[in-house]
Design a protein around this ligand. Structure first.
Ligand SMILES: Cc1cc2nc3c(=O)[nH]c(=O)nc-3n(C[C@H](O)[C@H](O)[C@H](O)COP(=O)(O)O)c2cc1C
Length: 337
């Protein structure tokens, strides 16, 4: 109830500003130890094993909430079992012109075309070090806008090398619709070449640091069944540690006629829920439990979280659901899904 009142106020503000203010508030609240005096969350602890790591529960933050790793502690205080920061790129970049985030309130959707605005991998590493956080941190990496697609692999290798000692796992984002040509990396020879080179780099760094950091690939919901079967085969062949399904969709047909539906960018939230669950089912059938799935897309209730798990997801993540339903949903999902 309290969150829905706050939400009314937040929704009067432009979405990107509201997001920033909310996270700043969480950091201040955390700093002042409000939780200690006013609020103790009761969270059932259900450890989950995935990618060789132990997660304190199944639910994590989806990439994009904390692009620069500035709110790791505050987000974990909400109860999340893991925090995925990023997407970060080798060099800082400003992203697309504002406004670039739009609410579709009646259907609990968001369209964004942020375009990997971030302060770069070095700044993210500094923030992880400063945070002193002991839980699971996934670092989601991407390529700079100005890097040609034929040289994109180098951007991923630079980030893997830099972040290897500071990440619990690394997520390779090849599915954002807001960086021109990025999604080409999901197909054919570009995909195989990427998997081969990141696996080679992982092996080299494992040997150097005597630490194995799992690597997950984040895919789009706009892939056909045939493409998903191909991707599954390659993930098994290259022994990738996990797949994250899914990123936002370019298919806006389910929201046509609504305010903001014609905005360019990736659609997330409830309108993505069914499609991302279908993708998880197809992956689950084809991966035959050889590679775990991290399910994300439109989780806005205990039921939708359970559906992702029943379809084959070992872990789940949420972004838009947090905007529309607040921290209480985090606790409900952790305790009941
Ligand atoms: C404003 C916004 C920014 C996002 N930024 C990123 C990002 O930087 N990297 C990424 O992999 N996914 C990003 N995403 C996608 C989410 O991580 C998630 O895959 C997608 O929104 C579906 O989940 P949801 O329906 O729970 O929001 C972003 C989503 C939103 C709404």
């Amino acid at each position: 109830m309290f969150y829905y009142l706050i939400r009314k106020l937040l929704f009067l503000i432009e979405p990107e500003k509201a997001h920033f203010l909310t996270l700043k508030y969480l950091n201040i609240k955390n700093f002042l130890l409000f939780d200690f005096f006013f609020y103790k969350t009761k969270m059932a602890s259900k450890n989950i094993q995935c990618m060789g790591l132990t997660f304190k529960n199944k639910l994590g933050t989806a990439a994009g909430i904390d692009k620069n790793g500035e709110y790791i502690h505050s987000l974990s205080k909400l109860g999340f079992g893991f925090i995925e920061v990023g997407t970060v790129t080798p060099l800082p970049q400003i992203g697309n012109p504002k406004p670039r985030v739009f609410r579709l309130i009646p259907i609990e959707g968001i369209i964004n075309r942020m375009g990997f605005n971030n302060l770069g991998i070095d700044n993210l590493i500094d923030n992880i070090k400063k945070s002193n956080f002991k839980g699971i941190i996934g670092v989601n990496i991407g390529k700079n806008k100005n890097t040609r697609i034929e040289h994109a692999v180098n951007d991923y290798l630079i980030c893997i090398e830099k972040v290897y000692c500071y990440a619990s796992y690394i997520a390779i984002n090849i599915s954002s619709p807001n960086t021109p040509n990025l999604r080409n990396l999901q197909y054919g020879i570009l995909f195989k070449n990427l998997l081969y080179k990141i696996k080679k780099k992982q092996k080299e760094l494992h040997k150097k640091y005597l630490k194995y950091v799992p690597i997950a690939i984040k895919i789009s919901p706009d892939l056909s069944k045939k493409e998903l079967i191909y991707i599954s085969k390659q993930l098994i062949q290259y022994k990738i540690d996990a797949v994250i399904a899914t990123n936002t969709t370019l298919d806006h047909s389910s929201v046509s006629g609504l305010e903001n539906s014609l905005q360019k960018g990736g659609l997330s939230g409830f309108p993505l829920q069914k499609r991302s669950t279908e993708i998880i089912s197809i992956l689950s059938k084809n991966l035959q439990k050889k590679i775990p799935i991290i399910g994300v897309g439109g989780i806005n209730s205990i039921k939708s979280a359970k559906e992702k798990i029943a379809s084959g997801a070992t872990l789940i993540q949420m972004y838009s659901g947090l905007i529309y339903h607040g921290p209480k949903l985090v606790q409900e999902i952790i305790n009941k899904a």
